[in-house]
Design a binder for this molecule. Structure first.
Ligand code: SF4
Length: 444
């Protein structure tokens, strides 16, 4: 068999959600155990990986146009291998190989643990497509490097996939059914991360609060139980989890916000629309009333909790009245942060053929919604001015004595300090807000 150039340097370009960011970091991390180090520019690498996302509009076309750009690099360095991984890879599979001759591998999100073997194969000139949904835990199979001096915050995937089948969403098709990682493995990884300097963990899952796994003893554990176990780790100071589905916000999980001090007062809880009729068409499986009740319970236990949301406007069949109900909901919840998009059809989803609202109507509604969301976001930030917040410092700022951290509510906070405070939780008096970022001074 023809032996190609040995792959020693990798460049990963990541699109989309935190799950993809985590996957890419984990791939880079684990491949370092095989002597493959990451580089900052694609032309310096032996292997370029595009970790793709299928959520945004025309995702596949964007990948093909990105591949067009890499064609030039491959022409100049024919030894470079190119891989497409992630959700677009899962959805398109073999099609990518057929449309783009420069691609050497196409891997779905569940088979990254097979990368070391697949790299061997592509080194030898093979072209590989692997979009299976194997049963084993890819993260457990991917060795973790013993990296010291990690950043002070880290993601930790605990759950993947989704069984909810919202009528607009591709995730159940690209990431597969809901699967949860073993609690013993998660707790061990959390301890390793904390030992290497991490002070804040964010547990990740497409439907994180659907987490349910069996301990070795056979006992079932849900997300609330898992959080309680992780919070026992002494040097772990903060915990968050994302993304939650309103239907899976159990009372045990809600109660934790009132009693577990390490659980930060921030929850991303997407609703998508403030109209029950639209929620039904979206197949969301919950109502506006049940969503509001969940928020009310959370606010009763943790009055300062910051709620973040997701919205889709212009969903097929959304009337002016439906849309005004969404605006009313925003006024009621007063989101501290929110992500909002115009509906755009995704091939293969039930709502694909139903797109029926003119683009102009969607644009107008989105503008109106975003104006409202911005007002509430600014108000939330303004209310923090003159308060003292505990801020976990994550990185350096633009200037030499400047540092950036996050408040318990996820707001970026800028502060000056003559000494390096990265990784520390510092009390900061908030002096001003520019709408997106807070600025303050250290106290004490
Ligand atoms: S809950 Fe709905 S929107 Fe979220 S990943 Fe599952 S199908 Fe997609």
């Amino acid at each position: 068999m023809k032996m190609g150039k040995k792959i020693e340097k990798i460049f990963v370009k990541t699109y989309g959600c935190q799950m993809n960011v985590f996957d890419s970091e984990r791939i880079e991390d684990s491949l370092s155990n095989f002597g493959i180090r990451k580089v900052k520019e694609p032309q310096w690498s032996d292997l370029i990986l595009l970790n793709t996302c299928h959520i945004r509009e025309k995702a596949a076309e964007k990948v093909y146009s990105e591949l067009g750009r890499f064609k030039k690099i491959k022409r100049e360095n024919p030894g470079i291998k190119i891989g497409v991984i992630g959700c677009v890879a899962q959805a398109e599979g073999q099609e990518i190989m057929q449309r783009s001759k420069i691609v050497d591998m196409v891997l779905g999100p569940q088979v990254y643990h097979r990368l070391p073997d697949i790299i061997q194969k592509i080194q030898n000139g093979e072209r590989v497509v692997d979009t299976e949904f194997p049963l084993e835990d890819k993260f457990e199979k991917l060795p973790q490097s013993k990296q010291v001096n990690r950043p002070s915050t880290s993601f930790l995937t605990v759950q993947e996939g989704c069984d909810k089948f919202c009528s607009f969403c591709v995730v159940p098709y690209t990431r597969g059914a809901e699967t949860s990682r073993s609690p013993e493995v998660i707790v061990r990884e959390a301890m390793e991360l904390v030992e290497s300097g991490v002070r804040e963990l964010t547990l990740l899952g497409q439907n994180v609060n659907a987490y349910q796994a069996q301990r070795k003893s056979g006992e079932l554990l849900d997300l609330a139980g898992l959080i309680e176990e992780i919070c026992v780790i002494e040097d772990l100071k903060r915990l968050r989890f994302v993304t939650s589905h309103p239907k899976d916000m159990t009372d045990d999980l809600i109660l934790l916000f009132g009693k577990e001090k390490k659980l930060m007062p921030y929850l991303h809880l997407p609703i998508q629309s403030g109209s029950d009729s639209v929620l039904k068409k979206m197949n969301r499986g919950h109502t506006v009333k049940s969503y509001i009740e969940t928020i009310e319970k959370l606010r009763y236990l943790r009055p300062d909790i910051a709620i973040s949301g997701d919205f889709i406007v212009g969903f097929p069949g959304e009337t002016e009245e439906d849309f005004s109900l969404t605006l009313d909901l925003c006024d009621r919840i007063k989101y501290a942060q929110a992500y909002s998009f115009k509906y755009s059809p995704r091939a293969g989803t039930p709502a694909y053929e139903r797109d029926d609202l003119p683009e102009g109507v969607k644009t107008k509604r989105l503008t109106k919604l975003q104006e409202k969301l911005k007002i509430h976001q600014k108000e939330f930030q303004r209310n923090l001015v003159e308060t003292v917040q505990e801020v976990l410092i994550e990185k350096c700022g633009k200037f030499s004595d400047q540092y950036i951290g996050r408040s318990p509510y996820m707001n970026p906070v800028v502060v000056a300090s003559p000494r390096n405070i990265i990784g520390k939780i510092i009390k900061i008096k908030i002096l001003s807000s520019n709408g997106l970022t807070l600025s303050g001074e250290t106290i004490g």
